[in-house]
Design a binder for this molecule. Structure first.
Ligand code: 8YV
Length: 322
């Protein structure tokens, strides 16, 4: 892989702002002078080299606030290894003409697959069934019955690329599909509800796949959960910030909703102990895009954006204009 800089002797300095997938780190080390999470581990050392940093390699969970951007006068590009860039202050970057790229499309299948896996897991109680067999309980009698998924009503919060991929999968389960989004997508053919609350009141499974950030913070609140009701399930494969986690814990504890399948949390990797104590919850550690195939494709795109930028070629996937 050619060095994306002036010369191999004088590589471009890049700040890595998250724990990135090791093969991505390998590619970065092969082409850049890498400063791995220096802003967190040694802020004073970052001050010393800050004027040299021309790129940031971030993840979907990275925080790149205005203050960090302001510290880096030579910054040209922020490449996000992930589709979500809610942690990046894109406005602050744009003001300085700094490019921001992400990895859209390549992870649609994986995240949609996981959404369906969580729907099935929480309704059919797959983790509990696995434990039931392992713990030798089968011989004493069958497991309690679960909840049927096929033919039920699915509500999608956010009908973007991944939302549509979830809908296509749900259609194969004969589910009736409805959604809420900032605007109605008439061409989709799915039923539109103007708010998460109205959607929740009309579905059995509410799947959240809307971008994170200020505009969607705690969009799924106590009111929405009440509307979902005691037979309803919540699945979140978006961002923890989109769901009011305290309200969710309360709704699960009080039986306001039937259960939840959660891949994302408000303060990862911390998961509220109250959630872990509940039998009607399935949790996964933010694995929406975590397959070899998809992570490779994400790496190609995230690293490819950096290469494109530093060799003067058009970016492969800049984030859309706001
Ligand atoms: C990854 C994600 O967790 O794409 C996103 O927005 O949250 C995930 O696919 C991530 O960026 C890898 O750390």
């Amino acid at each position: 892989m050619p060095a994306p800089s002036s010369s191999a002797d004088d590589p471009v300095d890049i700040l890595v702002t998250a724990r990135l997938w090791p093969p991505m780190m390998e590619s970065l080390h092969g082409a850049f002078r890498v400063h791995d999470r220096l802003h967190q581990t040694d802020p004073a050392a970052l001050v010393a080299i800050a004027p040299r940093i021309r790129a940031i390699a971030a993840s979907g969970e990275s925080k790149v606030p205005r203050e960090l951007i302001a510290q880096l006068p030579a910054l040209e590009i922020i490449s996000v290894f992930g589709v979500g860039y809610d942690g990046i202050d894109v406005a602050a970057a744009r003001e300085r003409g700094i490019a921001v790229t992400n990895t859209p499309e390549v992870l649609n299948d994986d995240v949609a697959d996981l959404a369906m896996a969580l729907v099935l897991s929480v309704a059919r109680r797959i983790p509990q069934a696995d434990r039931f067999v392992r713990e030798g309980k089968w011989a004493a009698g069958p497991m309690p019955l679960a909840r049927k998924v096929s033919g039920t009503r699915l509500g999608i919060v956010g009908l973007g690329r991944i939302g549509k991929a979830i809908a296509r999968r749900a259609a194969a389960f004969d589910m009736q599909i409805a959604y809420t989004a900032r605007s109605e997508k008439v061409d989709s053919g799915y039923a539109y509800f103007p708010s998460p609350r109205a959607l929740a009141a009309n579905v059995d499974f509410l799947v959240v796949i809307t971008p994170g950030g200020a505009g969607t913070r705690k969009l799924i609140d106590a009111d929405v959960l009440r509307a979902l009701g005691k037979e309803g399930y919540l699945v979140n494969v978006a961002r923890g910030s989109v769901v009011d986690e305290a309200a969710l814990v309360e709704a699960l504890l009080s039986g306001t909703i039937a259960g939840a399948g959660l891949d994302v949390f408000e303060s990862e990797p911390n998961v509220p102990a109250a959630l872990l104590g509940l039998d009607n919850v399935v949790v996964t550690p933010h694995i929406g895009s975590a397959t070899w195939q998809t992570r490779r494709a994400m790496k190609d795109l995230a690293f490819g954006n950096l290469q494109a930028h530093f060799s003067g070629r058009p970016l492969l996937s800049p984030v859309p204009p706001t």
